[in-house]
Design a protein around this ligand. Structure first.
Ligand code: PLP
Length: 351
């Protein structure tokens, strides 16, 4: 176990702050005449929705997630998408004009966006070209004043998992927090870093309902970390950051893990189909391996191919301006029919 004190990492003014005291935190019972929160006691204009404020700490959802991931309830934070978890982690631990975050591009741009919106500087260490693995030596050399290192594994947009031993070396050599974003982990054949949380006090792991669960619309993301980190996030979060509606949807989803597993299997099959077919297309220079539900591939003129696909009403992501991704497009695995239409369009392209 490392000798890291979370209290030394959190922004000092948060240490003694109390969470916002909402009506539903002050009185936690479920029975009674509720005249405490200025809700509409008569009901709701929208029959679907409840007239009461939701559980601010989403305990029922956390109970199910805790059982699923084999962690304690107080090791889980739920946010309005994992975007909110990312944003709050920076807000809790990074002091503007003093602390920095580190990212390893090409990567999901939300980490940088959240940091910049909070006036936090971003240190970049590029991935190793072509393998897209972590440059651990360079990361270790640039850790000065960094509070949080963001690692996205499987990485968006490259699709690959990072080597476990590299992540472990970073966790062991860094005195700040390491956030591993496992938004796409369900599509990879690898053990979640949640299992290593007891060994690394500075480890936080993000997951989401937006990908394998197919619930991007519900906006629900989870951050797993030791209870002290979660306590600070709960202290600064907005009182009712996850709606009752979303909490109910999550409970339904968590009773339906078989459906999620069926989706995963079908999307992995679709990924294999796309990888095989993309490798046969003569003008595609490289198809990168993927542990996620998308594939990055390289062509000579990404802009031209992107526009051609748009003209066929097929929308992929043009990542050709991202570092190390010259000529690259990223395609999400679709339904079987969508995948076939995409491949047909490529086969009819006049490069
Ligand atoms: C790596 C990664 N993390 C997090 C997210 C955000 O997920 P959410 O919908 O939970 O905010 C995304 C969205 O595309 C992503 O690619």
């Amino acid at each position: 176990m490392q000798n890291i004190n979370i209290k030394d990492l959190v922004r000092p003014h948060i240490i003694d702050m109390k969470p916002y005291s909402s009506a539903r935190l002050e009185y936690e019972g479920h029975e009674g005449i509720f005249l405490d929160a200025n809700e509409n006691s008569l009901g709701s204009v929208c029959g679907e929705l409840h007239n009461r404020y939701p559980d601010p700490l989403q305990i029922k959802v956390k109970e199910k997630l805790a059982a699923l991931e084999n962690v304690d309830i107080d090791e889980i934070f739920l946010g309005n998408g994992s975007d909110e978890c990312i944003d709050l982690l920076i807000r809790a631990f990074c002091e503007p004009e003093k602390d920095k975050i580190m990212i390893c591009p090409p990567v999901f741009s939300m980490y940088e966006h959240s940091a910049h919106s909070q006036h936090i500087e971003v240190t970049e260490v590029l991935l190793i070209p072509e393998t897209f693995q972590l440059d651990v030596k360079a990361i270790r050399e640039k850790m000065n004043n960094v509070k949080i290192i963001f690692l996205c594994s499987p990485n968006n947009p490259t699709g690959n998992l990072f080597n476990d031993k590299d992540i472990e070396e970073i966790l062991k050599s860094f005195n700040g927090l390491v956030l591993i974003d496992e938004a796409y982990h369900d599509f990879a054949n690898n053990t979640s870093w949640i299992k290593r949380m007891k060994a690394f006090k500075n480890l936080a792991v993000i997951k989401t309902f937006s990908k394998a669960y197919g619930m991007a619309d519900a906006r629900l993301g989870m951050l797993y970390a030791n209870a002290e980190i979660i306590h600070y996030l709960n202290t600064i979060k907005l009182p009712y950051n996850v709606s009752e509606y979303t909490q109910r949807l999550a409970l339904t989803a968590l009773d339906n893990i078989d459906q999620k597993n069926n989706f995963i299997q079908e999307l992995i099959n679709g990924r294999k189909y796309l990888q095989d077919e993309l490798s046969k297309v003569s003008f595609i220079r490289k198809v990168y391996p993927s542990d996620a539900n998308y594939i990055l591939f390289k062509v000579d003129d990404a802009d031209k191919l992107y526009q051609y696909l748009l003209s066929k009403k097929i929308i992929v992501r043009n990542r050709s301006k991202a570092p190390l991704c010259e000529g690259c497009l990223r395609v999400t695995v679709g339904t079987r029919e969508e995948n076939e239409k995409f491949i047909n369009a490529l086969n009819n392209y006049n490069s």
